[in-house]
Design a protein around this ligand. Structure first.
Ligand SMILES: [Zn+2]
Length: 291
């Protein structure tokens, strides 16, 4: 999926520059994220005089030192910290880095709300707003679903989209209903990103894993995968009310029992969408049947 760019990355978390877009530097930093991913990419976008850091997330001091060394080595003057969404593996270093550089933290209003009491967001970014970094700036694109305040950042000069957790080239994307995740809205956001790719923004820059040159193929795969799973979940429902955990084995035959806990959370996200679409029925006791 990352053909053509895989030479840019390696397993050691070494920083790299996005091909053809030297104003986008990437520092993969170790975070408490979902295996098999072990790192979150911190995207430094801009020139040395003025750059933003998207998703500085490592809580580990040795990794924070690596980021600081990189910023210092390249004489990068940070103007703002920007967050794609509120998840812990995207925000873990925001407060420290903002204080160190004397800059603010920007995110969508919903993310700011989610982070209240944990990370102080000082500026809200609205859908469509432009951030003045790099040759032509970044355009914020509101893409809720994985997280309710999720933003992507479209870089037209690089024909690329900083995609946060909309997709991953390493690991999987979880939609967690208990934390504002919404499968129906996530699918809509995937389609909205697909339209951006069709309009020329073909390369996706995910938070976890290498850049993906053929963003359209990856997004098509994601949509097909989710709809395929939804069909399995729908097929597992019967006229009789069942517990969510009972639906996991038939709906996730390809998943090892060790991951059933995670699968049950994703399954619930599918059930909520099926309920919305009129195909599933939630009973008062939390069990589910065909509608
Ligand atoms: Zn996330």
């Amino acid at each position: 999926m990352a053909s053509g760019v895989t030479q840019q990355v390696n397993d050691g978390g070494e920083p790299f520059t996005v091909e053809g877009a030297p104003w986008i530097r990437v520092v993969p930093l170790r975070t408490p994220t979902l295996p098999p991913a072990t790192r979150t990419n911190c995207y430094l976008v801009g020139d040395a005089g003025r750059a933003i850091a998207i998703d500085p997330a490592t809580p580990y001091s040795d990794e924070q030192d690596r980021l600081d060394d990189f910023v210092q080595l390249h004489n990068i003057r940070l103007s703002e910290i920007v967050l794609t969404h509120h998840h812990l593996d995207h925000v873990g270093d925001a407060t420290r880095l903002a204080a160190k550089h004397g800059v603010g933290i920007a995110a969508h209003a919903v993310t700011a709300d989610k982070l209240r009491g944990r990370v102080a967001v000082t500026r809200e970014i609205a859908d469509g707003e432009r951030l003045d970094v790099g040759p032509r700036g970044l355009r914020a694109k509101f893409t809720p679903g994985h997280a309710p305040g999720h933003l992507c950042f479209v870089d037209e000069a690089a024909s690329s989209i900083v995609a946060g957790d909309m997709v991953a080239s390493l690991g999987t994307i979880i939609v967690e209903p208990d934390d504002g995740g919404d499968m129906r809205i996530y699918l809509e956001s995937l389609q909205a990103l697909r339209a951006e790719v069709a309009a020329g923004m073909r390369r996706l820059l995910p938070a976890h894993g290498a850049p993906v040159d053929d963003g359209g193929a990856l997004l098509d795969h994601y949509v097909a995968h989710r709809l395929g799973r939804e069909a399995r979940v729908a097929a597992a429902l019967t006229g009789e009310a069942q517990e969510v955990v009972a639906l996991v084995p038939p709906a996730y035959p390809d998943v090892s029992p060790a991951l059933y806990g995670l699968a049950a959370r994703s399954l619930l996200a599918h059930l909520i969408k099926l309920e919305y679409d009129g195909h599933a029925r939630r009973h008062a006791d939390g069990r589910w049947s065909r509608a």
